[in-house]
Design a protein. Structure first.
Length: 284
């Protein structure tokens, strides 16, 4: 038999975050109002054994109390499922959503509060025999990977247009769609951007940092404070270790894909060279 879990789209009280993944009509998961029907269908299948539940209600969460509400609701859903099928669950995946601060005014997630919440939920789980022995899974991907990555591009030109400064770089939304604001942002806000080769120079005012593509969407920053900067200088976008290269349209207009470098303990290693994107063969 194959062990499976059912993904549940929770009711509105179990959701939250910058991008909602549940609590409303969604392509993700079985609606909580009907998930026990799905459990019955799995149980009726001779080759399947239902052993777990999965919820992922929201992403980019910086408020520990939202996580507390989501995780507590997830335990309630798991206990209901276990009671319905008449046996304990082996796994409860409470999803991810642990956020990192990208924009001005955002504060990091309070990890001490998250730790206290986790202890409370461990006690709640222990008090529910249907799930007391279940393995709890969390998905902290962005929280771990995001701060560990930088996107670096070279300045090609700086121009003035009707009083505004534009810093043109040799990469853009084709390399880092999330930083351009075209990956789920309703109101586009700037990621933290620095002039990597002029870190000690004072800012001289705001600038738009734009890429080489022929679309106004190709803007990595719209009004970020930068020093005097020119061709050959490097721009770095911080918090780029998650939803960077792999979430971007690398083949857009056939511009080169970036190199990838791993830095570990002061040593660096080239893991992928800068390369042209392979084009499909002509139709004729």
């Amino acid at each position: 038999m194959v062990d499976v879990a059912v993904r549940v789209n929770p009711v509105a009280t179990g959701q939250g975050g910058a991008m909602l993944m549940g609590g409303r009509p969604s392509q993700f998961g079985i609606d909580e109002e009907r998930f026990l029907e799905a459990a019955d269908a799995i149980e009726a299948h001779a080759a399947l054994r239902l052993g777990g539940v999965h919820l992922f209600a929201g992403t980019q969460i910086l408020d520990a109390e939202i996580l507390a509400r989501q995780w507590s609701h997830g335990l309630d859903v798991a206990a209901r499922l276990a009671r319905h099928i008449g046996r304990p669950l082996s796994t409860i995946d409470l999803g991810g959503g642990l956020g990192i601060p990208y924009f001005a005014g955002e504060r990091p997630l309070d990890l001490e509060r998250v730790e206290a919440i986790a202890r409370d939920l461990q006690a709640k789980r222990a008090a529910l025999p249907e799930i007391a022995a279940a393995r709890i899974v969390l998905e902290p991907g962005r929280h771990l990977a995001g701060p560990s990555g930088l996107y670096v591009a070279r300045v090609v030109e700086v121009k003035r247009s009707r009083g505004e400064r534009f810093v043109i770089i040799d990469g853009g939304m084709n390399h880092h769609l999330a930083a351009s604001g075209n990956l789920g942002q309703v109101i586009k806000r700037d990621y933290p951007v620095v002039a990597a080769t002029r870190m000690t120079a004072p800012p001289i005012g705001g600038a738009a940092v734009v890429g080489p593509l022929c679309t106004p969407l190709d803007a990595i920053a719209r009004k970020t404070e930068l020093p005097e900067i020119g061709p050959g200088d490097l721009i770095a976008v911080l918090q780029s270790g998650a939803y960077g290269l792999t979430a971007s349209p690398l083949g857009f207009l056939s511009h080169p894909a970036p190199a990838e470098v791993v830095v570990d303990g002061g040593e660096y290693r080239l893991v992928r060279e800068r390369r042209r994107v392979a084009l499909p063969p002509p139709l004729l």
